[in-house]
Design a protein around this ligand. Structure first.
Ligand SMILES: [Zn+2]
Length: 282
């Protein structure tokens, strides 16, 4: 007979018990570790008041920041049909359903027409939380339509990129969007209407390789990661250590890949200034 017997059951792990601390009330700045009250952060357009770190923001927040007031959204209903019946760790169809449920969006871009300092503008803003802001058929189609809408109505175009690149679950079909959007932008240019590309953290892959770098003016937010392939892949390929600040906005500005690096709090004014300058005078 044992000296001790386990009489009580072990404590059950509380797997599904909710945390008592309300989530997202305070945010810690990943750059300077300052703890910021949620509402204060919203007031500064999600820029750290202490070190000016730019937090990632969603598409709708972006539109709110750019437009003077209300805007009209277009093509909200478009959604991917999973043309390749693609399966990776889980079926793409399931992944789409889950993402649509968690984000309340149908795909990774919102396109709208509204006023930026009273200039009517066609804007497409990408949503990074939707499968990494990846560009599939729907993103390509919505952006193309936003450009065509601008040509029809003689409006300037602003596209805010925030993307990991093409959507691999749609294979070659997603790569075709690069050409499709670029074609629409060429028609916009022929119609003598300006296009401002806004590159935010992160802008990579097929998005960088197509419309994000095709702006009449390419503007980036400070310290945004902008590139085609990631730094690790490049390092492995060229077998060299990459320089400090490689693929960040300031580095690219210095080397002529960008025209401006603008703080988010001044972004709207900067874009409006470019549009006023570039728009054909009546
Ligand atoms: Zn900070």
């Amino acid at each position: 007979m044992a000296w001790f017997k386990k009489v009580r059951k072990p404590i059950e792990p509380q797997a599904n018990k909710e945390s008592r601390v309300p989530e997202g009330l305070w945010v810690k700045c990943p750059s300077c570790s300052e703890v910021i009250y949620n509402k204060d952060l919203a007031a500064t357009l999600s820029v750290c008041p202490k070190c000016a770190h730019h937090f990632r923001i969603g598409a709708v927040e972006r539109l709110r920041m750019l437009f003077d007031g209300e805007w009209t959204e277009y093509d909200e209903g478009l959604r991917s049909t999973d043309p390749l019946a693609f399966v990776d760790t889980k079926p793409y169809r399931k992944r789409l359903e889950a993402t649509i449920a968690s984000t309340g969006m149908k795909d990774a871009v919102v396109s709208a027409v509204g006023r930026i300092e009273d200039i009517e503008t066609s804007v497409a803003a990408m949503e990074y939380t939707f499968i990494g802001g990846s560009m599939g058929v729907v993103v390509g189609e919505k952006i193309t339509r936003a450009i065509e809408r601008a040509i029809d109505r003689r409006l300037p175009v602003v596209i805010v990129a925030s993307s990991g690149g093409a959507r691999m679950m749609e294979g070659a079909l997603s790569l075709m969007q690069m050409a499709k959007i670029s074609g629409a932008l060429a028609r916009l240019s022929r119609a003598r209407l300006p296009y401002v590309s806004v590159l935010t953290d992160p802008t990579t892959g097929g998005v960088t390789a197509s419309f994000a770098m095709l702006g009449d003016v390419n503007v980036a937010e400070p310290k945004a990661l902008i590139g085609f392939a990631g730094p690790r892949v490049i390092e492995q390929t060229i077998r060299q250590k990459l320089p400090e600040g490689f693929q960040r906005s300031e580095f690219l500005l210095e080397r002529g890949m960008l025209d401006m690096v603008v703080d988010r709090r001044e972004m709207k004014t900067a874009i409006a200034r470019v549009l006023r300058f570039a728009l054909p005078q009546p």
